[in-house]
Design a protein around this ligand. Structure first.
Ligand SMILES: NC(=O)c1ccc[n+]([C@@H]2O[C@H](COP(=O)([O-])OP(=O)(O)OC[C@H]3O[C@@H](n4cnc5c(N)ncnc54)[C@H](OP(=O)(O)O)[C@@H]3O)[C@@H](O)[C@H]2O)c1
Length: 263
């Protein structure tokens, strides 16, 4: 093994790779996309709202990186198939896929309406299922490996109060990631789950009441929220075949110690 500066530089280099970041118009996956671009990947930010992608793409381009926006509804098979076709036509390949589109709600369990339940399951769970199926099929068929990073949550590990449907969908994402990691390991298509703790973002801002924030801080040894850029290190570890080549079926928790806190 070499520990030369060249080897260390190559550990996290994504030069020549193409990363599709579904949910890349949002706070966390947008920052992850920016990090992937900084490591040399061409990054495709995917969501439904192009306006949200623009400042992020401006920063990526200003830093000398490559990236563009593609609109897609993450819970529709035809839309994701079209997304893959669009990226292949424009960039010629896909190597890294982030499945991070997500929605949340904080309805008391007995009041959850069927349409609310269906919407969260459709986007958070079916969306990741379809993203893995469509991009996983491409990666497996291509035969050159690849990395799929699914966005889980601490609520998929330990049940969190008030986010019942969300927690159930995230537990499903954790399970699916491990299942596919085993399935595709010999084809070098790695599937891992990135597990953020608490990061203020659009989808959870309305849930973060003052009482809930106090409760979260009481369970977070670092006594603060995460910043989106603090997910970049773990993202690069999972994305790259040099640093992360033997990592599959893993859950990388980035939560300021939340999961380690009991009493
Ligand atoms: N923030 C946290 O503390 C936290 C903790 C654990 C896990 N997570 C997970 O991290 C991921 C990113 O969340 P975030 O906190 O960064 O939230 P966010 O800022 O609200 O970003 C979520 C993104 O998902 C996209 N999206 C939602 N529904 C979609 C759909 N039907 N089709 C396509 N795109 C859709 C939205 O893009 P458009 O508006 O452009 O459609 C939005 O930009 C989610 O999976 C979330 O569950 C977050």
């Amino acid at each position: 093994m070499s520990t030369s500066p060249d080897y260390l530089n190559s550990l996290f280099s994504l030069r020549g790779k193409v990363a599709v970041v579904i949910g890349g118009t949002g706070e966390l996956c947008g920052a992850m996309g920016e990090g992937l671009a900084a490591a040399g990947a061409e990054v495709v930010l995917v969501g439904r709202n192009e306006e949200k992608a623009k400042p992020r793409l401006d920063r990526i381009h200003a830093a000398g990186g490559k990236g563009y926006f593609v609109s897609a509804e993450a819970s529709e098979k035809a839309a994701l198939e079209q997304l893959l076709a669009t990226v292949l036509a424009r960039s010629g390949q896909v190597d890294i896929v982030v499945n991070g589109a997500g929605v949340n709600s904080a309805t008391p369990f007995l009041d959850i309406a069927e349409d609310e339940f269906d919407r969260i399951v459709r986007i958070n769970m079916k969306g990741v299922f379809l993203g893995c199926q469509i991009f996983g099929k491409y990666l497996v068929t291509r035969g050159q490996g690849g990395s799929i990073i699914n966005l889980g949550s601490m609520s998929g590990v330990v049940p969190l109060s008030r986010v019942f449907t969300y927690s159930a969908t995230k537990a499903a994402v954790h399970n699916l990631s491990k299942n596919l990691a085993r399935e595709w390991a010999t084809q070098k298509v790695r599937v891992n789950t990135l597990v953020p703790g608490f990061f203020p973002a659009e989808q959870n801002r309305k849930i973060l009441s003052p009482e809930r924030v106090t409760s979260i801080m009481g369970h977070t040894p670092m006594k603060r929220f995460g910043e989106a850029k603090e997910l970049v290190g773990a993202t690069l570890l999972l994305a790259g075949d040099v640093a992360g080549g033997f990592i599959t079926g893993s859950e990388i928790i980035v939560d300021g110690g939340y999961h380690a806190m009991t009493i």
